[in-house]
Design a protein around this ligand. Structure first.
Ligand code: FES
Length: 88
């Protein structure tokens, strides 16, 4: 498990499972807009890493024109404890 801080709250993320970070954050009560429900299309789940390391960009993320260092929370998992800020 890794601890991710979002808006001052701590969330426990299983970094070795199949469920992306967005779904795990939402399941623990985080308010994340996920218009495409994790399909990697809408970019509403984008976040800026403040601290920590995350898995490499997925092919879906590579095809998108996200401004650095933004990531899609539905397409990655944390590799370390960290802190994030949603982009919207
Ligand atoms: S939920 Fe739509 S891109 Fe992540």
């Amino acid at each position: 498990m890794k601890t991710i801080i979002l808006d001052g709250k701590e969330y426990q993320i299983n970094e070795s499972g199949d469920e992306p970070m967005m779904q795990q954050l939402v399941a623990q009560g985080a308010e994340i807009i996920a218009a495409c429900n994790g399909a990697g299309i809408c970019q509403t789940c984008a976040f800026k890493p403040i601290e920590g390391e995350f898995t490499e960009k997925s092919d879906t993320e590579k095809m998108m024109d996200l401004p650095e260092p933004e990531r899609l929370s539905c397409q990655c998992l944390p590799k370390t404890d960290g802190e994030i800020q949603m982009s919207y």
